[in-house]
Design a protein around this ligand. Structure first.
Ligand SMILES: [Zn+2]
Length: 437
């Protein structure tokens, strides 16, 4: 009998502990009233002073000036801050972290054969949290996650098991022979096929799209060229991929570094070009015509210096050297803007630089600043432009009907872009994850 009582007490305690979690979740469906000192309108690309935002559940209900506080609302005072839509990083690899002194082949083989997908996903979940804390509430995760480890992490975040940004994932990237594993011995070529979906012909390319769609990918990532490997996808393969993906309502992101690789991917009809380091003006013109977006995955001076130090490249280049080395990248961003090509922010930050990965990823915005982009344009690239590329109307904006993904940074961001590092408040889908006074 006593034993039964003890069991009942335990059951009660268990239920109670779980119901207290439920109460916490329920608070996220209350009304929240936010007072913003400065406010960024991503649609207009303009800053406004003194805006109030009313959030109900996971959706923004009203945005306006001098709004009355709804009864019972939780009031968040952000009068000393700039409120922006949750940032979007359109090019991440949450399940892959590379030691700067290693190579892509050696580090990736280690991830596949020693680390393994379950551990990669667990470590990815801790990296995901650093993105959220940095104010990045959405990522487009583009492969290098084994076979669908990214889908597992997305599921864990969506159900609230772990904290992280909204994830739009590609599953394994579709690549030509060899993946991105230069030097792999022929007998071990199957290793590359654990990380990449190697396609062999147009029919196989369509099948690969269906596979990724079936196993949970939101979009398709392809490698027009396979840097650092020399193989390329054929035009027929890429066209088959785009046709199949678009049929299934999926966007196609293409890794392309050389001008030839960019041109062929654009001709095949992909939605975004990732990297595009050597892009020519004629290719940019075609991108503008076809509405292809550019995701320039650049490093700023601080990140590159840190990388050179950690990779033990001696002598470590000076800031002047780094700016000089980056000037072709800067000029391609300027040329792209001049050609009218839409820029979307994407970090491709997969290097271990001994700092929170989300903070390291956010430095890409400083690289755009170094390339001469204006502050509102940088913020648009990481909000509304990225949301449009993802194809989600309710993201990237703070307006009625949008998802309540809201971030605040200290002070006046319009005057000092460094403030983007000082995140004070993070709300994703109506839930508050960070609130610093
Ligand atoms: Zn990448």
């Amino acid at each position: 009998m006593r034993k039964t009582t003890a069991v009942l007490v335990l059951i009660f305690l268990f239920l109670f502990s779980h119901s207290s979690t439920a109460i916490q979740t329920a608070t996220s469906f209350q009304t929240v009233f936010i007072r913003a000192g400065q406010f960024f309108d991503s649609e207009k690309g303009l800053f406004f002073s003194n805006r109030d935002i009313i959030v109900k559940g996971n959706v923004i209900e009203v945005v306006g000036e001098n709004l009355p506080i709804p009864e019972g609302a939780q009031v968040i005072d952000l009068k000393q801050s700039t409120v922006i839509p949750g940032l979007i990083d359109a090019h991440t690899h949450l399940l892959y972290l590379e030691n700067p002194s290693g190579t892509l082949s050696s580090e990736n083989i280690k991830a596949l054969t020693i680390e393994g997908t379950p551990l990669r996903a667990l470590r990815g979940s801790s990296r995901a949290r650093t993105f959220l804390m940095a104010g990045i509430t959405t990522v487009r995760d583009l492969g290098n996650s084994g076979r669908f480890g990214d889908v597992a992490l997305r599921t864990a975040i969506d159900e609230g098991t772990v904290d992280g940004p909204r994830m739009y994932v590609s599953g394994p990237g579709l690549s030509s022979e060899g993946g991105q594993f230069p030097g792999l011995q022929f007998n071990y070529r199957a290793i590359a096929e654990e990380e990449y979906r190697v396609v062999r012909g147009a029919t196989d390319a369509s099948i690969a799209v269906r596979e990724n769609a079936t196993y949970g990918a939101n979009l398709i990532k392809i490698y027009s060229n396979n840097t650092p490997n020399r193989t390329l996808l054929s035009l027929e393969e890429m066209k088959a991929i785009v046709q199949e993906a678009h049929l299934l309502g999926m966007k196609v992101a293409a890794h392309a570094t050389s001008d030839l690789a960019v041109l062929r991917a654009v001709e095949a009809g992909v939605d975004s070009i990732e990297h595009g380091y050597e892009i020519s003006d004629t290719t940019l013109k075609l991108m503008k015509e076809k509405g292809t977006v550019l995701v320039p995955t650049d490093g700023d001076v601080k990140i590159l210096k840190r990388y050179f130090e950690k990779a033990k490249i001696i002598p470590v280049p000076t800031e002047q050297d780094i700016l000089k080395f980056s000037s072709p990248s800067h000029s391609r961003i300027q040329r792209a803007i001049k050609a009218g090509v839409t820029i979307v922010a994407g970090s491709d930050m997969y290097i271990d630089l001994d700092m929170p990965q989300g903070e390291a990823a956010k430095r890409v915005l400083f690289a755009y600043r170094e390339a001469g982009m204006e502050i509102p344009h940088i913020l648009q690239s990481a909000t509304i432009n990225a949301a449009r590329l993802i194809g989600e109307q309710k993201l990237g904006m703070i307006k009625p009907g949008s998802f309540a993904d809201i971030v605040a940074v200290e002070g006046n961001l319009a005057e000092d872009f460094n403030k983007i590092e000082k995140v004070k408040f993070v709300m994703k889908n109506g839930t508050i994850y960070l609130r610093n006074q």
